[in-house]
Design a protein around this ligand. Sequence first.
Ligand SMILES: Cc1cc2nc3c(=O)[nH]c(=O)nc-3n(C[C@H](O)[C@H](O)[C@H](O)COP(=O)(O)OP(=O)(O)OC[C@H]3O[C@@H](n4cnc5c(N)ncnc54)[C@H](O)[C@@H]3O)c2cc1C
Length: 545
Amino acid sequence: MSTETTTILKAARAVIDEAIAAAKKTTQDGKGIDDHQVHAERVAYAATEVAAAEALAAYATDRRTAGQGDDTTDRMAAAFAGEIAAKLRATIDANDDDFGVSSAVLDKTLRAADVRAAICSAQHESRLREIGRDVIRTRGANNAYIDGDIAEMVRDSARQFARKDVAPIAERIHRHDEMVPETILQAMRDLGYFGMSIPEAYGGQGMGNLPMIVITEELSCASLAAAGSLITRPEILTKALVKGGTEAQKQHWLPPVAAGDLMVGISVTEPDTGSDVASVRCRAERGEQSGQAGFFISGAKAWCTFAGRANVLALLARTNPDMKLGAKGLSLFIVPKEAFDGHEFAIKQPGGGTLDGTADRTPGYRGMHSFTLAFDRYFVPAENLVGEAGGEGKGFYLQMAGFAAGRLQTGGRASGLAQAALEVTATYAAERKQFGKAIGDFQLTQYKLGRMATHLAAARQITYAAARAMDENESIVLEPSMAKLFACDVAVWVTQEGQLVHGGWGYAEEFAISRYVVDAQVLPIFEGVKPILELKVIARGLLGG
Ligand SMILES: Cc1cc2nc3c(=O)[nH]c(=O)nc-3n(C[C@H](O)[C@H](O)[C@H](O)COP(=O)(O)OP(=O)(O)OC[C@H]3O[C@@H](n4cnc5c(N)ncnc54)[C@H](O)[C@@H]3O)c2cc1C
C-alpha cells in the first residue's frame, strides 16, 4: 500500500471508529436508531465506504505481494481512499454535533496537514484522468487479479460462456420481455453453476463463495436478468436450508437444486408488506388432505421473481395467526409447483387449492419476470416446512440467513453490471468523435472513466472480501450487506455516468447502456431496499440493537 493510501486510511479508520462509538452512545447501543435515523444512515454509509476503500487498498497490496503489482490499481486505491476521506471530512464538518468526533481526533487525522496533502494528491483530477486513459486504452477490461488458480479458471470459463451464449441474446430478451431460454439454463446446469457453493455432501461443488461471485459477475456482465441473477435464488434457499433444514430435507432438496433440476423462486414480499417482513400475513394453516398432514397456504404475495418458471417457491408464511407474535409467528416452506414460461399462470390442485400468478411489467430486469401471486388453500405437505416441526416459528430467521447470502450475490451482480457499463463506455469514448477528436481525448471524459473504474474496483473488492469472510463464517451479516449496499449504488451511478458519455445514443434501445441503466435501478431495491438495509441491517450491525 502506498504511504499516501496508508496515511489516508489510517485517518479515516480512526475517525469512523470514533463516529461509530459516538453513535452507539447517542442511540443507546443501537436501540434508538429510529430516533436518529438520518444520522444512523450517514454513519452506516460512511463506514461502508471506509470498508470499501480498505478492501481496495488491501487488494492493491496483495497484488504487489503476489508479484502482480500494477500502477493503475495502486492509483485507484489511493484515489478512492482520498475521495471517501474527503467526503467523510465534509460530512462531519457539516454535521459536527451529530457525529460527535472530537476536535482532538479530527486535528490529528482528517484535518491534519499531512493527511490533507495526501488526500489532495491521491484523488487529484490528473491522477483520475491517468486512470481514465488506461481504462479507455484497455476498453475497460476486467483483468482484476484473483488469488487462487481455481477462481481465475472459473472466471475465464464463465466469461467465455457469458460472452458467447448469453450476450448475443440479452438484448432480445430485454426488448421483448422474454423468459430466459432453456438453452441458457441447460448450459448453466452443464457447467455446474447452480451448485457452486452448495456443500459437496449435498451434490454441490463446495467451492465456496468467491468462485460463485466471480461467475455471477461474468454472467451479469452479459445480462443481469437472463443469466446473472439465476444463481441468487438457489443460493438464498440453500443457505436457509443449510442453517435450518433437517438432514432429510437437505438430502432431499439440495442435490436437485445444485444440479439445476429445480428452479427456485423466493416469496417473502406481499402487496402490503415489504420492508416490515415481520408483518407478513400470508397464512399457512395446519390440515390434512387425502390423509396426508400438511398446511393450506392462503394469501397474496408480490414481486416473486421467477415464480412462473420456478419448480419450487421458498415461501415465508404465518403459521401462528396471532399478529402480535410478529416474526416469531412465521415459518419457511418449500412449495412445489408446475413450471410456466409466460407472464401469467394458474394452478389448480386435485384437492381444490389454487395458485395464480401475474407478472408485473417492469422497465428493466426482464428475463425472469416478477409475479404477484394469489394462494387459496394451496396444499403443502408437512415435511416441506423447513426444519419440520422444529422449524415452526423460525422462518424469519432462516429467511434472513438466506438474504445475507443473497446480498453477497448481489454485490457480484452489481459489479458485473457496472463492468458491462464501463466496457461499452470506454469503447464508445474511444470511437465517438466530436470537435475533431475522440471524446475520450477530452479531460472530463477521462476523469469520468477514471472515477467509474475506481468505484467499480472498490465495489468488486468489498464484495470479494465479503465472500472470503463468509467462507470463514457463514453467519456474518454486516460484510455482505455493506458489499450489497455499496456495489448496487456503484452500479446505478456507473451506468448513468456511462449513459451520459453516450450522449443521446445512451438513451437509444439499440445501445446496451440504456438497458444497463434500467437494470441497475432495481439493485438497491430488493433484498432490503436501500434505506432499510442501511438502518435495520448495517447500522444495527455497527451500533448494536
Ligand atoms: C423487480 C423486483 C424484483 C423483486 N424480487 C423479489 C423476490 O423475488 N422475492 C421477494 O420476496 N421480493 C422481491 N422484491 C421485493 C423487494 O424485496 C421489495 O420491494 C423491497 O423489500 C421493499 O419493499 P416495498 O417495495 O414494500 O417497499 P416499502 O417497505 O414500502 O418501503 C418503501 C420506502 O419506504 C421507506 N421506509 C419504509 N420503512 C421505513 C423505515 N422503517 N424507516 C425509514 N424509511 C422506511 C423507505 O424509503 C423505503 O424505500 C422484488 C422487487 C422488485 C422491484
